[in-house]
Design a protein around this ligand. Structure first.
Ligand code: G6P
Ligand code: ZN
Length: 584
């Protein structure tokens, strides 16, 4: 089919609050639906990019409510800004790691992802948009601040319209996103424009197949003593999960639960953690379900996060990335030549550090946000990266990748169990890892939608506390007391900052941390991804080298540190919150 369009310049004026956070712009659907809201942001994006005319970008989303409407608007802006082609995911769907793989596989200019990740969807919930650059990763600060600057001064946007007198209707309205293939439109004002509806999974699945030994994974699925359950949480990964775990690996169709992508995620909060994936957690608990699978896994709304469970056993994301790094060379063909380096975000527990030390490779500690791993991966200084926030990934794409992490764990179980009469359980694999490296107990307390004023006041109070502690110190090595009743002293009290070793860019104010003399840590941060109010995150970590002390519950192991953190921060007094919203 072909059609034609004309370019019209439509007057607009700046709209407040279009600053892009850690992972793009996330707001309520009703905010996005305001006249010109999406148009302003996308035009500001296009205006900030050099060499855009004639280029191709990828476009797709997690299928949440308003996804398809937004795609049509963006195509109209793309055509009118001189782009040659937009590769749109089938039905508007492309999971976040898949869009990264499409950008990389076809050397595209970049891509636009329509997602609010794990935030609830539907008409009264969240929508989001984010831009990824040519390496397939989230736009760096230089790009996001240029976009924001443009949103403050925008006065018009370029829009594709039908080339007739009234110029009103959408010239692309007839493009059916459920039909794969190309539609070319001639432009009465210049070069033509193509909308290409692509398969949402082809490039991504081909990439994953090149990284893992699918025959070996298939043999694991065929074992009578192995069962597997994947919870797609009604997010975008359902169809990908079916294709990989069922069609390619031979799992039963029931091994994918909540596998149908829904615009409102079935009313669920599509975040794979112990709180929001409680149904999966219960199904994987042999006390509640005699048929509990040997491995459970979940991914979030847009498919970049993951949670991995054994039978009644939770693998913390900090342990998960450490274990994947430890086993990578032997269990995962993609890493058969070994690793040069690994990286984790600052609040992520240090289990990975111990693996890096053992392997004799570089370990990088970056601020929270997947974008900070991009330069390290491009420079081949880190191949496996992970965050405590249920993010795990590698340099095969420039986003974290939920299904990749699940395949890594399947590969580890397959490898450990190969040739053995009985399956080696995930629990045993992790416990053996702790025996060798020690265990880093970790927990995070989230206080969501706290009043911004109280949250900021608490952070100011912590700054003052840290300043006083540092000022009272006799020498830079002298341990500092955080509380007279707490015997373990503090070796470091600061607000984390990071200088990117590749481009020298600096990120400051990335989290107040108290590092104790025994290596334990307590960290306070404000989330950069919330859509209303402030979210306070309190992270606690303690290292236990002695295997006799490793098998206790993490909450019990961390209790003294968490109580101390709550006391010295005066969190309850500042926020009125007695209990966290979520504990992971
Ligand atoms: C997103 C980002 C991650 C980040 C997480 C939590 O998933 O991609 O890199 O760790 O959000 O960020 P926050 O600022 O809310 O703690
Ligand atoms: Zn996500």
């Amino acid at each position: 089919m072909t059609g034609s369009f004309a370019i019209k310049s439509i007057p607009t004026s700046p709209i407040d609050g279009q600053k892009t956070g850690t992972s793009g712009l996330r707001k309520k659907v009703s905010v996005f639906q305001q006249p010109n809201y999406l148009h302003n942001w996308v035009q500001s994006l296009f205006s900030s990019l050099d060499g855009l005319p004639g280029s191709t970008i990828a476009l797709g989303g997690d299928g949440r409510y308003w996804n398809k409407d937004a795609i049509r608007i963006i195509c109209r802006l793309a055509a009118a800004n001189g782009l040659a082609r937009v590769k749109v995911g089938h039905n508007g769907i492309l999971c976040t790691p898949a869009i990264s793989s499409v950008i990389r596989a076809h050397d595209l200019y970049g891509g636009i992802i329509l997602t609010a990740s794990h935030n609830p969807g539907g008409p009264t919930n969240d929508f989001g948009i984010k831009y990824n650059v040519a390496n397939g990763g989230p736009a760096p600060e230089t790009v996001t601040s240029a976009i924001f600057k443009n949103t403050a001064t925008i006065s018009e946007y370029n829009y594709a319209v039908v080339p007739d007198a009234d110029h009103a209707a959408d010239p692309f309205a007839a493009v059916d996103l459920s039909v794969k293939g190309e539609t070319t439109f001639s432009n009465v004002d210049g070069p033509s424009f193509v909308i290409e509806v692509i398969d949402s999974a082809d490039d991504y699945v081909t990439l994953l197949q090149s990284m893992f030994d699918f025959a070996k994974l298939k043999a694991l699925f065929a074992r009578p003593d192995f069962s597997f359950l994947f919870d797609a949480m009604n997010g975008v990964t359902g169809p990908y999960g079916h294709r990989i775990f069922v069609d390619l690996l031979g799992g039963k169709p029931e091994c994918v639960m909540r596998g149908e992508p829904l615009e409102d995620f079935g009313g669920a909060h599509p975040d794979p953690n112990l709180t929001y994936a409680a149904e999966l957690v219960a199904k994987c608990d042999p006390k509640q379900n005699p048929q509990a699978p040997d491995m459970g896994a979940a991914s979030d709304g847009d498919g970049d996060r993951n949670m991995v469970l054994g039978k009644g056993f939770f693998v913390t994301p900090s342990d998960s990335v450490a274990l994947i790094a430890a086993k990578a060379k032997e269990a995962i063909p993609y890493f058969k030549n070994g690793l040069k380096g690994v990286a984790r975000s600052m609040p992520t527990a240090g289990a990975l550090d111990r693996v890096a030390a053992e392997l004799g490779i570089e370990l990088h500690e970056v601020p929270t946000g997947w974008k900070y791993f991009g330069n390290l991966m491009d420079a081949e200084r880190a191949q496996i990266c992970g965050e405590e926030s249920f993010g795990t990934g590698s340099d095969h794409v420039r986003e974290k990748d939920g299904i990749f992490a699940v395949l890594c764990w399947l590969a580890i179980v397959a490898h450990e169990s190969a040739g053995k009469d009985a399956l080696v359980s995930i629990e045993d694999i992790v416990i053996n890892h702790w025996k060798k490296y020690g265990r880093n107990f970790f927990s995070r307390y989230d206080y969501e939608e706290v009043e911004t004023k109280g949250a900021n006041a608490m952070m100011a109070h912590i700054d003052e506390l840290q300043a006083n502690m540092n000022a009272a110190r006799g020498s830079p090595d002298e341990p500092m007391a955080l509380d007279p009743d707490f015997s373990t002293k503090v070796a470091l009290a600061d607000n984390f900052s990071y200088v990117d070793p590749i481009d020298g860019s600096e990120a400051t104010g990335q989290g107040r941390r108290f590092v104790f003399t025994d290596g334990s840590r307590v960290i306070f941060r404000l989330s950069g991804t919330g859509s209303s109010g402030a979210t306070i995150r309190l992270y606690a970590e303690r290292y236990e080298p002695d295997e006799n002390g490793q098998l206790v519950n993490a909450q019990a192991a961390l209790k003294p540190f968490i109580e101390l953190a709550l006391k010295v921060s005066k969190l309850e007094a500042f926020t009125g919150r007695r209990e966290p919203t979520v504990i992971t």
